[in-house]
Design a protein around this ligand. Structure first.
Ligand code: NAD
Length: 252
């Protein structure tokens, strides 16, 4: 992507303190955008913003909390006065447990962050895009957003929901010049599993027929490049697309 593709534009990336979100923030900045680097972990947001420089604004924000999201967009507005691109990327895993073994606590937490969080930030940012006469949203879903055997029930339901949000926003706001697309990353080298993932052994075994089909692990930059393309003018007629970025995993 040429360095001036997003000149004068502002991108807001959630979960930008680590992994795919950090790579997205860096990639949008490299393409000329000013970037709002949002993460629930303040230090991580600062680290990403420091690596970008003056074009980045670090903001500590919890996407699952409406008041925190309101603060986030206010900070973006105060500093940059506009939001052209939204990457709804922040997300958390479940425990990979079978439905029968999944606690209501895990269900509530994963749905609250991955699904409600995506809705809350989208709802808060859309007025900027409507006011500006357009914009582009890229949601980070997952292979678990279109298949049942790639994660536990909470994560699977949440990412199917993100696919639904993507299609609904794409349809409802097409005439407003707002596009909304989703990427479905295959396994990517990030911090999402934690240092010692507390995954349920029985659930993990049940998922092996699908997880075992995966042939390779991606780098976060391979996800970010597709997000930058989808948000760019080069993808001006791509709206409501659900794009696997998985090295062929889902083709098998
Ligand atoms: P990561 O853990 O490296 O990064 C996620 C970031 O989101 C972290 O910095 C974390 O602090 C932040 N975050 C978590 N909850 C938050 C909240 N409530 N508000 C704001 N920020 C919050 O993980 P990642 O793999 O880069 O994950 C990014 C997205 O990619 C997630 O939506 C995830 O579901 C999706 N995804 C990842 C993979 C993979 O293999 N890594 C595969 C498919 C989809």
């Amino acid at each position: 992507m040429s360095t001036d593709t997003f000149e004068g534009r502002v991108a807001l990336v959630t979960g930008a303190g680590s992994g795919i979100g950090r790579a997205m923030a860096v990639a949008f900045a490299a393409a000329g955008a000013r970037v709002v680097v949002a993460d629930i972990e303040t230090a991580r947001a600062k680290e990403t913003a420091d690596s970008i420089g003056a074009a980045a604004l670090p903001v500590a924000a919890d996407i699952s909390d409406e008041a925190s999201v309101a603060e986030l967009v206010r900070a973006a507005d105060d500093t940059f006065g506009r939001i052209d691109v939204l990457c709804n990327n922040a997300g958390i895993m479940d425990t990979m447990a079978r439905p029968v073994d999944t606690s209501v606590e895990v269900w509530d937490r994963v749905l609250r962050v991955n699904l409600t969080g995506t809705f809350l930030v989208t709802k808060a940012v859309l007025p900027f895009m409507l006011r500006q006469g357009g914009g582009s949203i890229v949601n980070t879903a997952s292979e678990a957003g279109i298949r049942g055997g790639a994660a536990g029930i909470a994560y699977t339901a949440s990412k199917h929901g993100v696919v639904g949000i993507t299609r609904n926003v794409a349809w409802m706001h097409a005439k407003d010049g707002i596009r909304c697309n989703a990427i479905l990353p295959g396994p990517t080298m990030t911090g999402i599993g934690g240092d010692a993932p507390n995954w349920d052994a029985e659930g993990l075994a049940a998922l092996q027929p699908i997880l075992g089909l995966n042939q390779s692990i991606a780098q976060p930059e391979q996800m970010a490049a597709v997000a930058v393309f989808l948000a760019s003018e080069a993808a001006s007629f791509v709206n409501g697309a659900i794009v696997p970025v998985d090295g062929g995993w889902s083709a098998g």
